[in-house]
Design a protein. Sequence first.
Length: 191
Amino acid sequence: MAPSRAAAVVCATDTGPGLRSLTWGFVPAWAKNPKMPKPINARAETLHQKPMFRDGFRTSRCLVLCDGYFEWQRHADGTKQPFYITLEDGAPFVMAGLWARNITLTAQPIESFCVITTEASEFCRDIHPRMPMILDHTHHQEWLKDSSLDLDTATAMLRPNSRRLRLSPVSRFVNSPANDSPQCISPISQA
């Protein structure tokens, strides 16, 4: 999954949770400027304060389904080493997100999302200071509730992940969004 590409996201619907294909890069419902930034991440600590995310945090939370994610570790010489990060047991997981449906920018509605991030857990702090918010399975249904979910309760769900993670260095092949193949997640040995 690369920014500006579609991804499988679970959103609340009138009949319960539903799987949708949304574009990664958040375009708020109120946006009128097509050149405005389309953030892929939103900091958990400031969701309720930032105009870009405030409404989405109140009413349009989503679940982003994945097997793992990429993060880049910066070396002293300026180079970056990509890592593919998964749960230690390899199980799929869910990241907390926000989604929006914008009907003002184009003739077709733009449905988009961003991933909520938090401070990195002890398992990946050496790679990057932040990480996606991995939601515990006990919070999935509650996270999807609309404005009936108390904001304090929603905020309390946004705690750093405590599950063990596997950090696998991968080839820089992953650096190009055009490369969408299993080679992106193939571990390499580090020198």
